[in-house]
Ligand binder design. Structure first.
Ligand code: HEM
Ligand code: HEM
Length: 184
C-alpha cells in the first residue's frame, strides 16, 4: 500500500539515475566549451592552462559516471515508455541514448590516448592511469582527429536529445520529460 502512495506517476527513472544524469549534463556541458575554447589561438597562458586542466581532469570523471549509470540501469531499469509514445520514437530515443553513452566513452578514451601518446600529463589522474602509453606522434595525431570527430558527433546527439526532451517537456507535456525530472 505504501508503495502505491509513494510511487511517482507517470513513472520515473530512479533517484540515483536522475542525479547521475543531471550531474553528467553539467560536466559534459562545461567540458565541451572548455575544449572548444582551449584550442583557440591567442589565449593567455593562465586561461589556456586552466581550461586544459579542467578538461583533462573532468574527462575520466565523465567515464566513471557513465559506468555508474550503467550499473544503476541494471539495478533499477528505466520505467517502460507510456503507451502514447509511438514505437518508432521510443526506438530512436533508445538508439540516441546508447550512442550518447558510446560517444562519451570514445571521447574519454581518445582524449587519454591523445594526451599520453603526445607525452603530456593526465594531471590529477597521473598516479592512476598515467604512463600507460609510450610517446607516439602518429598515434597522438590519429587520436586527436578521432577526438575532434567524436566531439562533433556528441554535439549533434545532444542537440537531438535535448531538443526532443524540451519538445516533450514544453510542447507535448506527455510526461516523458518528468521521467528524468526532478534531478533529486
Ligand atoms: C580524459 C579525457 C579527455 C582528455 C585527456 C581530453 C583531451 C583533449 C585534448 C588534449 C584536446 C585538444 C585537442 C587536441 O590537440 O587533440 C581536446 C579537445 C577537445 N575535447 Fe577532449 N579530452 C577528454 C575528454 C573529453 C570529453 C569527455 C569531451 C566531451 C564531453 C571532450 C571534448 C573536447 C572538445 C570539444 C575539444 C575541442 C576539439 C576541437 O574542436 O579541436 N573531451 N581534448
Ligand atoms: C548533455 C548531455 C546529455 C547526455 C549525455 C544525456 C544522456 C542521456 C541518456 C544516456 C539517457 C538515457 C538514460 C538511460 O536509459 O540509461 C537520457 C535520458 C533522458 N534525458 Fe538526457 N542527456 C543529456 C542532456 C539532456 C538535457 C539537456 C535534457 C533536457 C532538456 C535531457 C533530458 C532527458 C530525459 C527527459 C531523459 C529520459 C528520456 C526517456 O525516458 O526516454 N537530457 N539522457
Amino acid at each position: 500500500m505504501a508503495n502505491v502512495r509513494t510511487a511517482a506517476y507517470p513513472p520515473r527513472y530512479s533517484r540515483a539515475a536522475r542525479i547521475l544524469h543531471w550531474l553528467t549534463v553539467v560536466l559534459v556541458l562545461t567540458t565541451i566549451p572548455a575544449g572548444l575554447i582551449m584550442v583557440e589561438e591567442g589565449l593567455s597562458r593562465p586561461v589556456q592552462d586552466t581550461l586544459y586542466l579542467y578538461h583533462k581532469n573532468i574527462g575520466p570523471v565523465i567515464l566513471l559516471l557513465v559506468v555508474l549509470r550503467l550499473v544503476v540501469r541494471v539495478v533499477s531499469p528505466p520505467p517502460p515508455h507510456p503507451e502514447s509514445l509511438p514505437r518508432v520514437q521510443a526506438l530512436v530515443a533508445s538508439v540516441v541514448h546508447w550512442l550518447l553513452y558510446a560517444t562519451l566513452v570514445a571521447l574519454v578514451v581518445s582524449g587519454m590516448v591523445r594526451v599520453q601518446a603526445g607525452g603530456f600529463p593526465m594531471e590529477i589522474w597521473d598516479p592512476l592511469i598515467g604512463g600507460l602509453l609510450d610517446r607516439d606522434k602518429d598515434l597522438a595525431e590519429a587520436a586527436s582527429e578521432f577526438h575532434e570527430i567524436a566531439k562533433s558527433v556528441l554535439i549533434v546527439l545532444i542537440l537531438m536529445h535535448a531538443g526532443a526532451a524540451a519538445m516533450h517537456g514544453l510542447v507535448k507535456r506527455d510526461g516523458i520529460f518528468s521521467r528524468m525530472w526532478p534531478p533529486v
